[in-house]
Design a protein around this ligand. Structure first.
Ligand code: IPD
Length: 266
């Protein structure tokens, strides 16, 4: 097995355990622990507990690796590998009991910033549906045992496209204007509330494309690898150093250039 496949299989194992914990905590009731960047940006007790589980397992099994997590931040390592983790992506869905949230775990090599890293393995696990999306660099993307491919063609009705909105209300008008620019090429639009699952859906051909501004590295690290390993394209605008993270676009090659042009990626 290659290094990427070893990392993938560890990530699968940990994501299953973490997802089961998230789900059992959800069944027992959700406590909002705090708000973060904006009133709508919440963290639950479960986010913290699930990230602690993932971090502890990685420290035990790969003590030389670095860590970058949504809730506990960065820890440097010596191996050149960093784990990029969102313990519960789709926290608002989770808090409301909408069964569309996921554990997202990626292993990347190099500087732990999206501009510089090379993704080696990625796993996105929805513990409610039991769907486990996974990929290793150069080995393709799978849902369980089934190989994934993005849609090769998009019909004349346009693409089924998803997006998301940041938590900060001051960004909503700009995000809606962006939707307005992309909408002419869409047959319809989805906003499901978990970026990792949106990216997994592009990889699985359930969506033709996806775009969003303001995503953090842990929201897309695993999902971006799923898309590219399924034959899709993923792009991220240059970071202008401003308060808002740049636009990302993921799509079937059939519509990537067009959606990028309309969204302002290129
Ligand atoms: C959020 C979700 C959401 C996206 C937000 C993300 P979180 O992640 O992925 O779909 O629109 O931009 O922050 O906060 O639930 O981990």
């Amino acid at each position: 097995m290659s290094l990427a496949q070893d990392l993938e299989s560890l990530a699968i194992d940990i994501a299953r355990e973490a997802g089961d914990l998230a789900r059992s905590r959800r069944d027992a009731g959700v406590a909002i622990a705090a708000t973060k960047s904006a009133l709508a940006d919440i963290v639950t007790e479960a986010d913290r507990e699930v990230e602690a589980l993932i971090r502890a397992r990685l420290e035990r099994e790969r003590p030389e690796d670095g860590f970058l997590g949504e809730e506990t931040g960065e820890g440097s390592g010596e191996s050149g590998i960093t784990w990029v983790v969102d313990p519960i992506d789709g926290t608002v869905n989770y808090a409301y009991g909408i069964p569309s949230y996921a554990v997202s775990i990626a292993a990347v090599r190099g500087e732990p910033t999206p501009e510089a890293w090379e993704a080696l393995a990625g796993v996105v696990f929805n513990p409610v549906t039991g769907e486990l999306f996974h990929a290793a660099a150069g080995e393709g993307a799978k849902l369980g045992m089934q190989r994934l491919s993005v849609n090769a063609e998009v019909g004349p009705a346009g693409g089924l496209i998803a997006t998301g909105f940041g938590y900060d209300p001051s960004t909503h008008a700009g995000d809606l204007a962006l939707v307005g620019r992309v909408m002419p090429m869409a047959r319809d639009l989805r906003r499901a509330g978990a970026a990792s699952l949106d990216l997994a859906s592009v990889a699985a051909g359930r969506l033709d494309g996806y775009f969003e501004r303001g995503l953090r590295p842990w929201d897309f690290a695993a999902g971006a690898l799923l898309v590219t390993e399924a034959g899709g394209r993923f792009g991220r605008a240059a970071d202008d150093g401003g308060p808002r993270a740049p636009l990302v676009v993921a799509a079937s090659p059939a519509i990537f250039d067009r959606i990028s042009e309309l969204a302002g990626l290129s």
